[in-house]
Unconditional design. Structure first.
Length: 327
């Protein structure tokens, strides 16, 4: 290989690496700048707060999705858990804080059971993550229908609504919760020794196993944490909207996967950044809110979501090929 070839290859790798690391932040900045010109009303303080709340709910689920994708998986069941948690929060039998705490404890147990079941199917039974978690999504939908007798609608518990709509120094509580979840996940995965072992378990299972890393445990932790965060997002969603019906939480699984992929995650595992995934969740929330401010038809959101996802996959494919060429 000539010196010129090495230089060109290194330059390509540098560009691809930069796109993976900083691309979403550049795109987010461009979107915010464009919004100032095409829809100045987007920067109304109330709209910004609502956008932050929407981003927080999606962002919490996306953190869990990112953890699962770090270990080479994907979790479609997050939508089922999000809707189920929101449904429980709107149960008229919740009349006070004590009954709400009991309901949350039950939801935590359900989330751990779902995460354990998903990881068992994926790891022990070698079921493809898409198939295993899609089956769990259908199961949870069935549980929700039985629980509500196919008539899911009602107001969320007042205490939860008050908490979710509160602000601290002008910042919505939901945004602060999301920031805390994001910071903890970023520190644990990116800076701690267990986090580095976690990433190795996703990028190269064989090497991780030979290094003494418990790959199975890493996947169980990822799926269980993802399920717990989906429950948290469902409770926050119920408090944010104040009312739960059959449309609550729809598309959570696709939005979280899209955000994770746009943020640089891959289905192969071991790649990506929790902070970038969080930036992608904020990007999608801002994009959807901007379309509403521009008075686009709601149906067009799906079209835009698909276009964003395909563009992200195309960019990831290009950068992946460039990275492979340097190996």
């Amino acid at each position: 290989m000539t010196a010129a070839t090495v230089e060109v290859t290194a330059r390509r790798y540098s560009i691809g690496d930069a796109v993976s690391k900083y691309g979403i932040w550049v795109v987010l900045a461009l979107l915010l700048v464009a919004a100032a010109f095409v829809a100045p009303d987007f920067y109304n303080i109330n709209i910004l707060r609502r956008t932050g709340q929407d981003a927080a709910i999606l962002g919490v689920v996306t953190v869990g999705q990112a953890l699962v994708m770090f270990v080479g998986g994907v979790d479609l069941s997050v939508a089922g858990l999000t809707v189920l948690a929101a449904t429980v929060a709107a149960d008229p039998r919740i009349g006070g804080s004590s009954s709400f705490v009991v309901a949350v404890l039950i939801l935590i147990a359900v989330a751990v059971a779902v995460g354990a079941a998903n990881s068992y199917l994926v790891v022990s039974r070698r079921v493809q993550p898409f198939v295993a978690t899609f089956g769990m999504l259908i199961t949870l939908e069935g549980v929700r229908l039985v629980y509500t007798k196919a008539a899911m609608s009602g107001a969320a518990w007042g205490g939860l609504v008050t908490f979710a709509r509160d602000r601290v120094f002008g910042i919505p509580t939901l945004v602060l919760i999301w920031a805390l979840v994001l910071a903890v996940a970023a520190v644990v995965v990116g800076l701690s020794a267990p986090g580095r072992r976690f990433l190795l378990a996703g990028s190269n299972e064989r090497a991780a196993f030979l290094s003494g890393i418990r790959v199975t445990r890493a996947k169980v932790v990822a799926y269980c944490t993802c399920s717990l965060l989906a429950v948290l997002a469902g409770l926050l969603l119920a408090g944010r909207t104040g009312y739960v019906d059959n449309y609550t939480g729809q598309g959570t699984e696709l939005d979280s996967i899209t955000a994770a992929l746009v943020g640089g995650m891959t289905f192969a595992g071991g790649q990506g950044s929790v902070l970038n995934a969080g930036a992608a969740a904020l990007f999608l929330a801002c994009l959807y809110k901007l379309l509403i401010v521009l008075q686009w038809q709601p149906e067009l959101q799906s079209l835009v979501q698909g276009a964003v996802l395909l563009l992200a996959l195309a960019i990831r494919g290009v950068t992946s090929r460039r990275s492979t060429a340097t190996a």
